[in-house]
Design a protein around this ligand. Structure first.
Ligand code: MD6
Ligand code: FE
Length: 203
Protein backbone atom coordinates (compact mmCIF):
# COMPACT_ATOMS: atom_id res chain seq x y z
CA UNK A 1 0.00 0.00 0.00
CA UNK A 2 1.23 3.57 -0.62
CA UNK A 3 1.24 6.56 1.72
CA UNK A 4 -2.15 7.88 0.64
CA UNK A 5 -3.87 4.51 1.21
CA UNK A 6 -5.98 3.98 4.29
CA UNK A 7 -7.95 1.40 6.20
CA UNK A 8 -11.41 2.36 7.42
CA UNK A 9 -13.09 -0.20 9.70
CA UNK A 10 -11.18 -3.01 8.01
CA UNK A 11 -11.94 -1.78 4.48
CA UNK A 12 -8.58 -1.34 2.72
CA UNK A 13 -8.74 1.65 0.42
CA UNK A 14 -6.09 1.97 -2.30
CA UNK A 15 -6.39 5.60 -3.41
CA UNK A 16 -5.92 6.09 -7.18
CA UNK A 17 -4.72 2.53 -7.66
CA UNK A 18 -5.55 3.04 -11.35
CA UNK A 19 -4.51 6.26 -13.06
CA UNK A 20 -4.68 7.75 -16.54
CA UNK A 21 -4.73 5.25 -19.39
CA UNK A 22 -5.43 2.32 -17.04
CA UNK A 23 -8.81 3.88 -16.18
CA UNK A 24 -9.62 4.59 -19.83
CA UNK A 25 -8.72 0.99 -20.72
CA UNK A 26 -11.08 -0.42 -18.07
CA UNK A 27 -13.91 1.82 -19.30
CA UNK A 28 -13.34 0.37 -22.78
CA UNK A 29 -13.57 -3.16 -21.35
CA UNK A 30 -16.80 -2.25 -19.54
CA UNK A 31 -18.27 -0.87 -22.77
CA UNK A 32 -17.60 -4.21 -24.49
CA UNK A 33 -19.28 -6.09 -21.65
CA UNK A 34 -22.31 -3.79 -21.71
CA UNK A 35 -22.67 -4.22 -25.48
CA UNK A 36 -22.84 -8.02 -25.03
CA UNK A 37 -24.77 -7.98 -21.74
CA UNK A 38 -26.84 -4.77 -21.51
CA UNK A 39 -27.39 -3.00 -18.18
CA UNK A 40 -30.74 -3.54 -16.44
CA UNK A 41 -32.32 -2.28 -13.22
CA UNK A 42 -32.93 -5.22 -10.88
CA UNK A 43 -36.13 -5.25 -8.84
CA UNK A 44 -35.96 -5.20 -5.08
CA UNK A 45 -37.93 -7.91 -3.27
CA UNK A 46 -40.62 -5.21 -2.89
CA UNK A 47 -40.90 -4.96 -6.67
CA UNK A 48 -39.37 -1.49 -7.02
CA UNK A 49 -36.55 -1.04 -9.56
CA UNK A 50 -33.17 -0.18 -8.03
CA UNK A 51 -31.82 3.27 -9.04
CA UNK A 52 -28.50 1.62 -9.95
CA UNK A 53 -28.24 -0.17 -13.31
CA UNK A 54 -26.27 -3.43 -13.40
CA UNK A 55 -24.78 -6.16 -15.45
CA UNK A 56 -22.10 -8.79 -14.82
CA UNK A 57 -19.15 -10.61 -16.30
CA UNK A 58 -17.87 -14.02 -15.28
CA UNK A 59 -19.17 -17.52 -14.68
CA UNK A 60 -21.95 -16.16 -12.48
CA UNK A 61 -23.76 -12.82 -12.46
CA UNK A 62 -25.80 -11.13 -9.76
CA UNK A 63 -29.54 -10.81 -10.26
CA UNK A 64 -32.50 -9.63 -8.21
CA UNK A 65 -36.25 -9.74 -8.61
CA UNK A 66 -39.31 -10.33 -6.42
CA UNK A 67 -37.98 -13.81 -5.63
CA UNK A 68 -34.90 -12.30 -4.01
CA UNK A 69 -31.19 -11.79 -4.60
CA UNK A 70 -29.07 -14.48 -6.23
CA UNK A 71 -26.32 -15.37 -8.65
CA UNK A 72 -27.19 -16.99 -11.95
CA UNK A 73 -25.24 -18.32 -14.93
CA UNK A 74 -27.13 -16.22 -17.51
CA UNK A 75 -28.11 -12.61 -18.19
CA UNK A 76 -31.90 -11.98 -18.06
CA UNK A 77 -31.77 -12.27 -21.90
CA UNK A 78 -30.80 -15.95 -21.49
CA UNK A 79 -27.17 -15.66 -22.66
CA UNK A 80 -24.04 -16.48 -20.69
CA UNK A 81 -22.28 -13.47 -19.15
CA UNK A 82 -19.14 -12.19 -20.95
CA UNK A 83 -15.74 -13.17 -19.55
CA UNK A 84 -14.06 -11.03 -16.91
CA UNK A 85 -11.42 -8.95 -18.76
CA UNK A 86 -7.75 -9.71 -17.96
CA UNK A 87 -7.11 -6.10 -16.92
CA UNK A 88 -9.80 -6.50 -14.23
CA UNK A 89 -8.46 -9.87 -13.06
CA UNK A 90 -5.04 -8.26 -12.78
CA UNK A 91 -6.37 -5.71 -10.25
CA UNK A 92 -7.85 -8.57 -8.18
CA UNK A 93 -4.52 -10.43 -8.19
CA UNK A 94 -2.48 -7.35 -7.34
CA UNK A 95 -4.56 -6.27 -4.34
CA UNK A 96 -5.44 -9.71 -2.93
CA UNK A 97 -2.41 -11.81 -3.87
CA UNK A 98 -4.79 -14.78 -4.29
CA UNK A 99 -4.36 -17.62 -6.81
CA UNK A 100 -8.11 -18.15 -7.07
CA UNK A 101 -9.89 -15.96 -9.66
CA UNK A 102 -13.24 -14.33 -8.90
CA UNK A 103 -16.41 -15.94 -10.33
CA UNK A 104 -18.26 -12.68 -10.78
CA UNK A 105 -17.52 -9.10 -11.76
CA UNK A 106 -20.68 -7.16 -10.93
CA UNK A 107 -20.84 -3.84 -12.76
CA UNK A 108 -22.96 -1.07 -11.24
CA UNK A 109 -23.73 2.18 -13.05
CA UNK A 110 -24.90 5.20 -11.06
CA UNK A 111 -26.54 8.20 -12.69
CA UNK A 112 -25.77 11.26 -10.56
CA UNK A 113 -29.02 10.78 -8.63
CA UNK A 114 -28.71 7.02 -8.08
CA UNK A 115 -27.77 5.57 -4.71
CA UNK A 116 -27.28 2.21 -3.04
CA UNK A 117 -28.79 1.59 0.37
CA UNK A 118 -26.80 0.21 3.28
CA UNK A 119 -26.35 -3.55 2.70
CA UNK A 120 -24.16 -6.56 3.40
CA UNK A 121 -22.72 -8.68 0.59
CA UNK A 122 -23.84 -12.10 1.72
CA UNK A 123 -25.14 -13.90 -1.36
CA UNK A 124 -21.82 -15.72 -1.73
CA UNK A 125 -21.03 -19.14 -0.26
CA UNK A 126 -17.77 -18.53 1.61
CA UNK A 127 -17.08 -15.21 3.34
CA UNK A 128 -13.38 -16.03 3.75
CA UNK A 129 -12.87 -14.66 0.22
CA UNK A 130 -12.62 -10.88 0.00
CA UNK A 131 -14.69 -8.61 -2.25
CA UNK A 132 -12.73 -6.12 -4.34
CA UNK A 133 -14.30 -2.94 -5.73
CA UNK A 134 -13.02 -0.62 -8.47
CA UNK A 135 -14.52 2.87 -8.89
CA UNK A 136 -14.49 4.76 -12.20
CA UNK A 137 -15.99 8.14 -13.12
CA UNK A 138 -17.78 10.51 -10.75
CA UNK A 139 -17.00 10.52 -7.03
CA UNK A 140 -19.28 8.42 -4.80
CA UNK A 141 -19.87 8.93 -1.09
CA UNK A 142 -19.24 5.48 0.44
CA UNK A 143 -20.72 4.80 3.86
CA UNK A 144 -19.04 2.13 5.97
CA UNK A 145 -20.54 0.62 9.10
CA UNK A 146 -20.13 -2.52 11.16
CA UNK A 147 -21.61 -5.99 11.03
CA UNK A 148 -24.88 -4.83 12.64
CA UNK A 149 -27.15 -2.42 10.76
CA UNK A 150 -27.36 -0.15 13.80
CA UNK A 151 -23.57 0.17 14.19
CA UNK A 152 -22.18 3.69 13.74
CA UNK A 153 -21.00 4.54 10.24
CA UNK A 154 -18.44 6.80 8.64
CA UNK A 155 -18.27 8.06 5.08
CA UNK A 156 -15.50 8.60 2.59
CA UNK A 157 -15.49 9.80 -1.01
CA UNK A 158 -14.42 7.13 -3.49
CA UNK A 159 -12.81 8.66 -6.56
CA UNK A 160 -12.10 7.36 -10.03
CA UNK A 161 -9.34 4.75 -9.85
CA UNK A 162 -9.79 3.96 -6.17
CA UNK A 163 -9.83 0.25 -5.27
CA UNK A 164 -11.39 -1.11 -2.06
CA UNK A 165 -10.77 -4.53 -0.53
CA UNK A 166 -13.43 -5.77 1.87
CA UNK A 167 -12.04 -8.81 3.65
CA UNK A 168 -11.48 -10.35 7.04
CA UNK A 169 -13.46 -8.67 9.83
CA UNK A 170 -14.93 -6.22 7.29
CA UNK A 171 -16.26 -8.86 4.88
CA UNK A 172 -19.77 -8.74 6.35
CA UNK A 173 -19.81 -5.05 7.24
CA UNK A 174 -22.73 -2.90 6.12
CA UNK A 175 -21.89 -0.38 3.38
CA UNK A 176 -23.63 1.72 0.74
CA UNK A 177 -23.39 4.71 -1.58
CA UNK A 178 -25.24 7.78 -0.30
CA UNK A 179 -24.68 10.06 -3.26
CA UNK A 180 -22.75 10.75 -6.43
CA UNK A 181 -20.95 14.04 -7.10
CA UNK A 182 -22.22 14.58 -10.66
CA UNK A 183 -19.71 16.20 -13.00
CA UNK A 184 -16.71 15.48 -10.76
CA UNK A 185 -14.98 13.34 -13.42
CA UNK A 186 -14.69 13.52 -17.20
CA UNK A 187 -13.74 9.83 -17.58
CA UNK A 188 -17.22 8.75 -18.72
CA UNK A 189 -18.40 10.83 -21.68
CA UNK A 190 -21.97 10.97 -20.38
CA UNK A 191 -21.03 11.28 -16.70
CA UNK A 192 -22.02 9.06 -13.80
CA UNK A 193 -20.11 6.45 -11.83
CA UNK A 194 -19.16 2.86 -12.57
CA UNK A 195 -18.32 0.41 -9.80
CA UNK A 196 -16.96 -3.06 -10.47
CA UNK A 197 -17.08 -5.60 -7.65
CA UNK A 198 -15.18 -8.86 -7.91
CA UNK A 199 -16.39 -11.82 -5.91
CA UNK A 200 -15.69 -15.49 -5.39
CA UNK A 201 -19.26 -16.79 -5.33
CA UNK A 202 -19.09 -20.55 -5.00
CA UNK A 203 -16.67 -23.15 -3.73
C1 MD6 B 1 -20.28 0.89 -4.82
N1 MD6 B 1 -20.01 -1.03 -3.55
O1 MD6 B 1 -19.16 1.25 -4.49
C2 MD6 B 1 -20.97 -0.16 -4.07
N2 MD6 B 1 -19.59 -4.14 -2.00
O2 MD6 B 1 -20.89 1.38 -5.74
C3 MD6 B 1 -20.34 -2.12 -2.88
O3 MD6 B 1 -21.49 -2.43 -2.64
C4 MD6 B 1 -19.25 -2.95 -2.40
O4 MD6 B 1 -17.57 -1.28 -2.74
C5 MD6 B 1 -18.66 -4.96 -1.54
C6 MD6 B 1 -17.33 -4.58 -1.45
C7 MD6 B 1 -16.95 -3.35 -1.85
C8 MD6 B 1 -17.92 -2.49 -2.34
FE1 FE C 1 -21.72 -4.26 -1.61
Amino acid sequence: MSESDLTVRGFKIFKEFLVGEAQTQLVGEVRKIVTAAPMFSPLTPYGKPMSVQMTSAGRLGWFADRLGYRYQATHPNGQAWPEIPDAVLQVWTEVTGLDRSPDCCLINFYHPNARMGLHQDKDEVDFDWPVVSISLGDDGLFRIGGTARKDPTESIWLKSGDVVVMGGEARLAYHGIDRIRGGSSTLLSNGGRLNLTLRVVAL
